[in-house]
Structures are given as structure tokens and as C-alpha cells.
Write a protein that binds this ligand. Sequence first.
Ligand code: HEM
Length: 140
Amino acid sequence: MPDVREALMIGKRSDGTLVRRPLSPHLQIYKPQVSSTTSIMNRVTGIALSVGLLLMVWWLVAAATGPQAFATAQGFIGLILMFGWTLSLWYHFCNGIRHLLWDTGWGFEIQTSHRTALIVVIATAVLTLLSWIIGLAVWL
Ligand code: HEM
């Protein structure tokens, strides 16, 4: 029996004749590359930032509600989540700037793209550590 999903592979040329659509390469076909990994991480951190924002609103509402609610929201896990959120923010911010530079047409050469990826990773580590050093110095 033919696989019904085959129907999705049928397309039409502009002259009306039927054609089998080409299959785009996808994750199981491409080997991981610097460009694909940094792009996937941009999506992962974008989603992490969105979920983290909801948690942060919950945390702020708990702080405004009272000491008992705040004690529930505050904790070690919260600190780990906050670390993940700052890491995501700095990665997404630095890689976001990389994306905006690409939008101007700059930085598509493979060597430049690899170099900017490395800059993004180093800048993310430095900015995250700096944020936490300053944050903890003010907090403690
Ligand atoms: C809390 C703040 C932020 C949140 C929640 C957020 C969330 C997101 C999400 C969900 C996406 C879509 C990811 C995808 O589907 O691939 C995205 C894409 C993007 N974000 Fe953010 N973002 C934030 C901050 C920023 C900042 C500060 C910048 C700039 C420096 C930025 C630049 C971008 C760019 C350029 C894209 C599109 C990337 C592409 O073309 O694929 N974002 N963001």
C-alpha cells in the first residue's frame, strides 16, 4: 500500500505537469555546523527568555504580595534559573546583534561568520560573569 504522506510530495510546474517535490535537507541530514548550532541556540535562548520572563513576573508579584509568598518564590532553584536567564539574555543579545549585522548584508563570509560566533560565545561568558559579580556584590 502506498504511503499517504507521498501525496504531500506532489507539486505542479507552472505548465501544469506534475512533479515530485525535492526534499529540503533537515537536521537528520545536515551535520552540526557553527552556523546551525549558533542559530539553534538563538531560538533556544529566545524561548528560554520568554518562559523566564513569566517566572520573573511571578517572582516580582510574589515580592509585592508579602513575605510568605516571596519565601516560596525565592530559593536556590530560583538562583540557578536566574543564572540561566542571564546567560540566555547575553547570548541572545550578542547573537541578536550578529543577526542585525547580517540584516545589513555584512558578515556572511564563512570565516567572518565563524569569528563572530566565537566573539558571541566569549562576550556571553564575560557579560554573564560580570553581571553576576556586580549583582552579588550589590546583593550581599
Ligand atoms: C527578554 C528579551 C527577549 C525575548 C523574550 C526574545 C525572544 C525572542 C524569540 C522567541 C525569538 C524567535 C526565535 C526563533 O524562532 O528563532 C527571537 C528572535 C530574535 N531576537 Fe529576541 N528576544 C529578546 C531580546 C532580544 C534582544 C535584546 C535582541 C537584540 C540584541 C534580540 C534580537 C533578536 C533577533 C535579531 C531575532 C531574530 C533572529 C532570526 O532572524 O532568526 N532579541 N527573540
